[in-house]
Ligand binder design. Structure first.
Ligand SMILES: C[S@@+](CC[C@H](N)C(=O)[O-])C[C@H]1O[C@@H](n2cnc3c(N)ncnc32)[C@H](O)[C@@H]1O
Length: 248
């Protein structure tokens, strides 16, 4: 797509010299992040830190599609960012409806543009604003939805800690995320730092139930994990690899 960004703060960098110093290391990974990067993907500066790389987003979409109860075909991406996960959900044949929520207008603009590149813009319902408020207003009483959330992790501090304390995650900690989303859905998936404290995650398991945690790896190294709250069935999940991402 040759449409150029028309707004300050939205970028379509094609050359190394255009990229600010602090983002160069991420730009080197651009084709691991977006396999169609060269088709004109738009990004904000912040998005380079938070976007879910395409192979991982595809793998998560497959995991949710295959493990959730079959009738659960509506998914909300509560923190859609520039579209990494929402696009993967829309490209996965399982989901009949994908709602993508994002509170930052420029970031949302990138997501819509990127969804066009992947030919799925008309499969996504876009909702601008605060996800906690939007879900409360639009999905009260719709128990049949899955909520996927890849919240901000509060900078890059988490990567320096052996075990990341999820009570300190900014601006929304685990308790806030779990309590807010589980009010409206019995199936909540959170995408969190790979070092997240598993004991803290387990505290929200319903009595007598297990909670599944999957690490998502690229070239053998975990990049992040997902915790699956609700009735997800991972039996039969093998060691297969999807694109470049594997779960462990
Ligand atoms: C880690 S990024 C999500 C990345 C996304 N999964 C992707 O692949 O592009 C988190 C996003 O949540 C947005 N955000 C933060 N608070 C929000 C809120 N209360 N409601 C909706 N979006 C929010 C931020 O603007 C940011 O774009």
């Amino acid at each position: 797509m040759d449409e150029e960004p028309d707004e300050k703060g939205i970028y379509q960098w094609t050359e190394y010299s255009q990229v600010p110093e602090h983002l160069k290391k991420y730009w080197h990974q651009r084709f691991k992040i977006w396999q169609s990067y060269q088709k004109g993907v738009w990004m904000t500066e912040d998005a380079w830190f938070g976007v879910t790389p395409e192979p991982i987003a595809n793998k998560i979409a497959i995991h949710i599609a295959e493990s959730a109860p079959k009738e659960k075909t509506v998914i909300i991406d509560a923190f859609a960012g520039v579209g990494g996960n929402a696009i993967a959900f829309a490209r996965n044949g399982h989901f009949e409806q994908v709602f993508a929520m994002e509170k930052d207008a420029k970031t949302m603009k990138c997501a819509k543009h990127n969804a066009k590149i992947y030919n799925v813009d008309n499969k996504i319902v876009w909702a601008a604003g605060d996800c906690f408020d939007l879900i409360k207003r639009r999905f009260s009483g719709h128990k049949n939805i899955i909520i996927f959330a890849s919240p901000p992790w509060g900078g890059t501090e988490y990567s320096n800690e052996d075990v990341f304390d999820l009570t300190k995650m900014e601006p929304y900690n685990l308790e806030k995320l779990y309590k807010s989303f589980s009010k409206y859905s019995t199936h909540v998936v959170l995408y969190l730092p790979r070092t997240s404290d598993l004991n803290q995650l387990a505290r929200y398991a319903p009595p007598g139930k297990k909670v599944e945690v999957a690490h998502y790896c690229v070239v053998g190294a975990s990049k992040a994990l997902c915790v699956y709250y609700g009735d997800f069935n991972f039996e039969g999940e093998g060691e297969e690899h999807a694109d470049d991402a594997a779960s462990a």
